[in-house]
Design a protein around this ligand. Structure first.
Ligand code: SAM
Length: 260
């Protein structure tokens, strides 16, 4: 079986077309959201599906107490390595669908890099929200970052979407993205198949990830929040702006859920 791109923490960011400065801008916006939506200061933050926790490292550098959870031992090991100098950033290996932590309540949780829609099943979505809700104090905020999902033409067979090249840490990457077909009754907006050939000097390695993307809009997130019994939705902001209307959203939106 081909390995996952998450076995190569320094490569996946380039393969995902992340632009420089994106994460610092998100961290600034998160802090503005917390100030706007909470009376009390935010000190303890839970980073869900944290990977090597780039957001957590910046927040910990600003004095926040941060805990990250992820299922990938490789990503967590990379996060621990990069956070060696930060005593206030810790990691646990956990699945996001259902988890508990031996930690005091958090003031806020974040789920960044548009990963929330990988939770496909209704039962997983509800147990995820219950797990996050139990980790937060009442009034705590859960900020979820999600891509704008435009309608996709249905494909009847696996179809190539894009092909490009990039480089990461001096290594050339060949990236191909595909869309496999979906059943009409699927809750998915799409399945994102990412194939990445990493041209190491010792020989190429090809990774493959099939990432399900559940159809998620502000309205469906609000419904899931209410159904969990743990949250209500305070706001949905787009493109890191408090004033831009959702109609003009270009890239992404952020749901702000409040622990009830
Ligand atoms: C696109 S990366 C984002 C990581 C990090 N939030 C960032 O912004 O760099 C997605 C992460 O989600 C994790 N992940 C995906 N599904 C998961 C699951 N079911 N349980 C726990 N972690 C999961 C992967 O291991 C990966 O590290």
């Amino acid at each position: 079986m081909e390995p996952s791109i998450y076995e190569y923490p320094d490569v996946f960011r380039r393969a995902h077309l992340e632009s420089p400065g994106e994460i610092p801008a998100e961290v600034v916006f998160l802090q503005q959201v917390w100030k706007r939506h909470r009376k009390n200061p935010t000190r303890r933050v839970l980073d869900i599906a944290c990977g090597d926790s780039p957001h957590g490292r910046l927040l910990a550098g600003d004095g926040f107490e941060v805990v990250g959870i992820d299922r990938s031992p490789t990503m967590i090991a990379a996060g621990r390595r990069k956070a060696r100098a930060l005593a206030n950033l810790r990691f646990y290996r956990r699945p996001i669908e259902k988890f508990t932590l031996p930690e005091r309540a958090f003031d806020a949780a974040i789920f960044m890099s548009e990963t929330f829609p990988v939770i496909v099943e209704n039962t997983d979505l509800l147990s995820h929200l219950k797990s996050v809700g139990r980790a937060l104090r009442r009034g705590g905020l859960y900020c979820v970052d999600i891509d704008r999902q435009d309608p996709m033409p249905r494909v009847t067979r696996r179809t190539m979407w894009r092909e490009r090249t990039a480089s990461a840490a001096g290594v050339a990457l060949g990236i191909r993205e595909f869309h496999p077909p979906l059943a009409w009754h699927s809750p998915l907006h799409s399945i994102y198949e990412l194939e990445c050939t990493i041209n190491f000097p010792t020989g190429p390695v090809t990774t493959r990830d099939l990432i399900p993307v559940r159809y998620t809009t502000p309205s469906t997130l609000e419904l899931a929040a209410l159904a969990s019994g743990m949250f209500k939705m305070d706001a949905a902001y787009c493109d890191l702006s408090f004033v831009k209307p959702l109609d003009r959203c270009r890239y992404r939106w952020m749901g702000v859920l409040r622990r009830v």
